[in-house]
Design a protein around this ligand. Structure first.
Ligand SMILES: [Cu+2]
Length: 138
């Protein structure tokens, strides 16, 4: 059967699309996610870094925000996902300079690697210095 030029182009585009999708499935992030843990171990075993959540909410009756939980306990090298659920930009800035998430937009999030050294790390928001929290690495 003879195909018109338009039909040939249509087939060409279709084949190209299928190839691209194949490449994404075989080599893309989805594939990596399913094969990164072939041993079947869970991500919560004690030797692996775990993830913690730190939220920033608008404080009731106040204009800006507060960290929840105010004191977060983690292990060295864990990751801390900071979700800004308030109405203003904030930072998570260690008083001793160990870490500094400079700016998290309202509705945005950012990941802070926990310090590798055990200790107590008080932090503030550089925009609203009365906002205080503490990360305890133990
Ligand atoms: Cu702030």
């Amino acid at each position: 059967m003879l195909l018109s030029r338009t039909e040939l182009m249509g087939w060409g585009v279709a084949v190209l699309l299928v190839c691209c999708m194949g490449a994404v499935v075989a080599h893309g992030p989805f594939h990596a996610r399913f094969t990164a843990n072939p041993s079947g171990r869970t991500y919560t075993s004690p030797n692996q870094a775990s993830s913690h959540s730190l939220a920033i909410y608008t404080a009731a009756g106040k204009e800006i925000g507060r960290y929840v939980p105010a004191t977060l306990h983690v292990h060295p090298g864990d990751s801390i996902v900071v979700q800004n659920s308030s109405n203003a930009p904030h930072s998570v800035t260690a008083k001793d300079g160990t870490f500094n998430l400079r700016l998290i937009s309202p509705g945005g999030s950012a990941t802070l690697p926990a310090p590798t050294k055990k200790g107590t790390y008080p932090y503030i928001c550089i925009f609203h210095q009365y906002m205080k929290g503490t990360i305890v690495v133990q």
